[in-house]
Design a protein around this ligand. Structure first.
Ligand code: NAP
Length: 306
């Protein structure tokens, strides 16, 4: 594949930026990739593993002459980073991000954007519970969706170029409105994470009562919850602080359903439980048919994809 951007700058060098760097290198999608992370330790690790072509000691240095800058930091940090780099962005450059929430990122970043920069937010629907520069891998985005959220009046060429980059990194691309994105993600990602955090928290409380049997005899259901609940605390704190309304809306519906199932159990309503579980099983089948997971035991997970 040919070069799509001459220089790409990745701000933040964790799971997503690291995977982007490796996926860009895999297909030669950029002539040079620069990177910056907040702490010297992360920058040193990135240098040691040769994650990007050039690790810079400041974000300003990293974005200099970049044709595409991608903010790969926690959602709550996007606004401050955007403010810092804005005066140093090249005229005609595209600024994008990979944040898991879109409306809050747009509100935080847009005010800092100079007129000569194209701001095109995006969100790859791919990840693992691991974080940091060593957790990235080149195939993370293969056959996953990346949602691009163009703003009113967005430059079609800038949008098409970003779309081509994500496709080059292996992703399928769709466009979506920011509020709709946040609602969809509240259903498919944010609320399920909160439920996993809660279930593991409950088990942790019980563990103190049952003397570690929860860990020792941990069965598949609980183990899957613990994998999700091991996700980065900073990232997920920011997701819930910034996608508040949609998460609370979905959580309200979840609670109603939970009460309905609770009542069915109490009343011995086997038909309701059976019908409910039959309906949910079909959703799992749909996800496998859409190629978004595998039917292999333990979801066919290898070490890399958690
Ligand atoms: P990560 O592995 O924890 O990496 C985060 C990076 O951001 C690190 O390099 C960190 O630098 C830097 N950073 C943290 N706070 C910062 C601050 N205040 N200012 C500047 N840099 C800061 O995280 P990630 O999983 O790649 O997530 C990055 C973004 O992608 C988030 O917005 C997240 O919502 C989004 N996302 C994540 C997933 C997922 O499953 N993980 C999926 C899709 C999208 P230091 O190491 O030096 O602190």
């Amino acid at each position: 594949m040919s070069v799509i951007y001459n220089r790409v700058a990745l701000i933040g060098l964790g799971l997503i930026a690291g995977s982007m760097a490796l996926a860009i290198r895999r297909r030669g999608l950029a002539a040079e990739v620069t990177g910056y992370a907040r702490t010297p330790a992360t920058r040193d690790t990135a240098r040691r593993i040769n994650l990007v072509d050039r690790v810079c000691d400041t974000a300003i240095e990293a974005v200099k002459e970049a044709d595409l800058v991608v903010l790969c930091v926690p959602v709550g940090a996007m606004g401050d980073v955007a403010q810092e780099i804005a005066p140093h962005l090249k005229p005609g450059a595209t600024l994008s991000d990979v944040g898991s929430v879109k409306r809050a990122v747009i509100d935080a970043v847009q005010p800092h954007m100079p007129d000569h920069v194209h701001f095109v937010p995006a969100h790859p629907l791919a990840g693992t519970e691991h974080s940091g520069p060593e957790s990235g891998f080149a195939t993370l985005f293969d056959n996953r969706w990346c949602l691009i959220v163009p703003q009113d009046g967005a430059d079609p060429h800038a949008v098409a170029q970003l779309q081509a980059l994500w496709q080059g990194m292996g992703a399928n691309v769709d466009q979506m409105d920011a509020d709709h994105h946040d609602l969809v993600l509240a259903v498919t990602s944010h609320t399920p994470h909160l439920i996993a955090y809660t279930m593991v928290g409950v088990a942790d409380d019980l563990r103190r009562v049952t003397d570690s049997e929860v860990i020792k005899y941990s069965a598949a259901g609980f183990r899957d919850f613990t994998r999700i609940a091991a996700s980065d605390p900073t990232m997920w704190r920011d997701v819930f602080l910034t996608n508040k309304d949609a998460t609370l809306e979905i959580l309200g519906r979840f609670t109603e359903e939970l009460f309905a199932l609770q009542r069915a159990i109490r009343q011995g309503d086997g038909a309701l439980l059976f019908d409910y579980f039959t309906r949910t099983r079909a959703i799992r089948r749909g996800i496998i048919e859409a190629g978004q997971d595998t039917d292999a035991p333990d979801f066919g997970r290898t070490k890399k994809d958690g």
